[in-house]
Design a protein around this ligand. Structure first.
Ligand SMILES: Nc1ncnc2c1ncn2[C@@H]1O[C@H](COP(=O)(O)OP(=O)(O)OP(=O)(O)O)[C@@H](O)[C@H]1O
Length: 307
């Protein structure tokens, strides 16, 4: 695969102090972050958090009000060297009135030099994309499938999926995750996926960015993030001994059994106690952790439906 730069020190995306205002709304508020090359990054956040705006600015579909963005070391806007390396898949992609899926695929084949026609044909069959229906008349899920296929088969060095699952049923979503992981392992590239379905995509992610009200709240490896909290399960009195005065994220009581999620890593003494008291430790769900972190950020909403 060709990449726009072979310099391993160059990042896929570098955003520095990005701000994007829409009249009174600050959609991005001084965002500074990096996306390393050849990783799968998750961009997570509640409705209106700024995900689409950030993706649009990073892929040069929109201009920041202030700040700068570099893609593979260069300013991507109006940059003919960089733009052909970026595939941005978004829900409200516009196609001509009478366009069929094959027209969209043909345009993508011409736009992306790494396009794999065999892979595209396989995906068209697997996602059951209708051949004779115009894209305009397709169901929401069928339209999403067209976008997902373009994103996967383009093999663009930077591929950005903005909530690719919209309208896709559970079978099609699983197919997307499976094909993305499989193809990515054979053809590493930089992938950014935004989603509300955190637990569903968490196994894909190597790096997690959480944005809330235009500000970056989390920017760390999925591994580090998973270590931020742990769930302790067992007899309620024993669980209480281990969790002590730690900050509790979540608690469920089932008779004498408690399941308590606490912030922070357990130390060696606490781990010994877990063994002695015959308790179980379960990794925390990414969704639970992020809902908690977002709620702490001045949100009053107590439910997780925002994700
Ligand atoms: N073109 C626009 N004009 C005015 N305001 C906008 C525009 N685009 C985005 N916004 C505002 O910027 C904020 C961030 O929107 P954005 O679409 O980036 O959020 P999001 O995280 O992608 O949300 P969702 O998950 O609901 O799609 C919102 O308050 C939104 O109303």
């Amino acid at each position: 695969m060709t990449t726009p730069t072979t310099d391993t020190s160059v990042r896929a995306i570098e955003a520095q102090g990005l701000t994007r205002r829409f009249k009174d709304t600050i959609a991005l508020d001084d965002v500074t972050l990096n996306f390393e090359k050849d990783k799968i990054h998750g961009l997570l956040g509640r409705n209106g958090a700024g995900k689409t705006t950030l993706m649009s600015v990073m892929t040069a579909q929109d201009w920041p009000t202030s700040g700068s963005v570099r893609v593979f070391g260069q300013v991507p806007h109006e940059n003919e060297q960089i733009l052909p390396n970026i595939c941005f898949v978004r829900e409200e992609q516009r196609y001509p009135e009478d366009a069929l899926a094959k027209h969209a695929f043909r345009a993508a084949r011409e736009a992306f030099e790494n396009w794999d026609e065999g892979f595209a044909q396989q995906l068209i069959e697997e996602f059951r994309v209708p051949k004779k229906t115009t894209i305009k008349k397709m169901s929401r899920g069928q339209k999403s499938a067209v976008g997902v296929i373009i994103g996967l088969a383009s093999r663009a060095p930077l591929t950005v999926f903005d909530e690719p699952y919209m309208g896709l049923d559970a079978v099609a979503r699983q197919l997307f995750y499976d094909r993305l992981l499989q193809d990515y392992s054979e053809h590493p590239r930089t992938v950014v996926v935004s989603s509300h379905l955190i637990d569903e995509i968490s196994h894909l992610l190597e790096h997690v960015v959480v944005i809330d009200q235009g500000k970056i709240m989390v920017d760390e490896s999925a591994e580090e993030l998973a270590e931020r909290a742990v769930t302790v399960v067992g007899r309620a009195d024993s669980v209480a001994q281990v969790v002590g005065a730690r900050e509790v994220l979540d608690r469920e009581d089932l008779g004498r059994i408690a399941r308590v999620t606490v912030l922070g890593k357990l130390n060696a003494t606490e781990r010994c106690l877990v063994n002695e008291l015959d308790l179980d430790l379960i990794p925390v769900s990414l969704q639970q952790l992020i809902v908690h972190l977002t709620r702490k950020n001045g949100q009053t909403n107590t439910a997780s439906e925002g994700f």
